[in-house]
Write a protein that binds this ligand. Structure first.
Ligand SMILES: Nc1nc2c(ncn2[C@@H]2O[C@H](COP(=O)(O)OP(=O)(O)OP(=O)(O)O)[C@@H](O)[C@H]2O)c(=O)[nH]1
Ligand SMILES: [Zn+2]
Length: 304
């Protein structure tokens, strides 16, 4: 008979074995290794679970608690596979070399909206801004701030902006996203208190090699977490509908109810309130044009 119910958060998984952070108040041990039955194969990094100790000094998973959201990737035969759960915030990392693609930033913002997560836009390599940032880039950054996204200038080499980013990650579970070479590892190294403590616990005990198919949960200062893995980092937006695309452009929301057609795609439809807002400079023309590009690509793909 079970005599106890404890709560925990999944740090990482190795097959049927989970490394779990003990989230009980004043825990006797900070981490516990739990075995999970087949029905819990879907449990991923970031999940909250309940667990109990069993006779042999080990522990078992009792239940998977409800998720606020889950990050998925196309897996076997394109079927979505969950890789991480309960993400509060996407930290979208960009740099000046490789240069920033505002299309990609928009796509991550759509993904954040889909996940119902917050988003921070980080511009790393501030030392290269003077040589590479154009007037249009500064305009784009200003526009993101105007519509409500924080934009942070950062330098992972000097540490500029790092404290501010750390504070923005307090009390939240974040992931870093962005293309290769923008500085995600460099920033993570500055933010993580010590490298990989938790994962060391399980791999030292000879539990086999850690695979990259799962993600890892890192505890930050002030009750924050970072979920990280190669799969999380190059997370890309999956198939979305035209409605989901428009929803990702959050500044359209206050206008779209005034469009003549309730299912207006804000393209060629007459009396489109979003287009009027663009003409009146209430919505950034550049972002609207990127929306139209994305819309047309989406329509082409659904026709092919
Ligand atoms: N000039 C400059 N270079 C930086 C800065 N931050 C990182 N770099 C350099 O950019 C390169 C890429 O940094 P990484 O941290 O490996 O980038 P990443 O995003 O983790 O790359 P992937 O692992 O490929 O996804 C390295 O040579 C870093 O030293 C910065 O603030 N300024
Ligand atoms: Zn419209």
């Amino acid at each position: 008979m079970k005599t106890e119910v404890n709560t925990g958060r999944v740090v990482t998984r190795f097959g049927a074995e989970l490394l779990v952070e003990n989230t009980e108040d004043n825990p006797d041990i900070p981490h516990v290794r739990c075995t999970a039955k087949r029905k819990f194969d879907t449990i991923v990094c970031g999940d909250y679970i309940t667990w109990h100790h069993n006779e042999h000094g080990n522990a078992s998973v009792d239940d998977l608690l409800p998720r606020t959201n889950a990050l998925t990737r196309p897996g076997y035969r394109g079927r979505p596979r969950t890789i991480a759960a309960n993400i509060d915030q996407l930290v979208i990392v960009n740099s000046w070399l490789p240069e920033t693609s505002w299309d990609l930033v928009d796509r991550y913002l759509i993904a954040a909206n889909q996940l119902n997560a917050e988003a921070i836009i980080v511009m790393n390599k501030s030392d290269l801004a003077e040589a590479h940032a154009t007037e249009a880039d500064w305009q784009a950054m200003k526009n993101y701030e105007e519509i409500g996204y924080p934009v942070l200038q950062l330098n992972a080499h000097t540490g500029e902006g790092i404290e501010q980013l750390k504070q923005m990650m307090d009390d939240k579970t974040s992931i870093f996203s962005g293309r290769s070479g923008v500085g995600k590892s460099s920033i993570a190294n500055r933010i993580l208190p010590t490298s990989d403590i938790a994962v060391g616990i399980i791999s030292d005990s000879g539990e086999g090699k850690h695979t990259t198919t799962t993600a890892d949960l890192y505890r930050l200062e002030n009750k924050g977490y970072l979920i990280d893995s190669p799969g999380v980092r190059d997370y890309a937006l999956g198939d979305i509908s035209t409605q989901e695309l428009a929803d990702g452009y959050i500044e359209f929301a206050q206008y779209q109810n005034n469009c003549r057609f309730h299912n207006c795609t804000h393209d060629h439809e007459p009396r489109c309130a979003v287009r009027t807002a663009v003409e009146n400079n209430e919505i950034s023309k550049e972002r609207y044009l990127r929306y139209l590009d994305a819309l047309h690509t989406l329509k082409e793909n659904s026709n092919s």
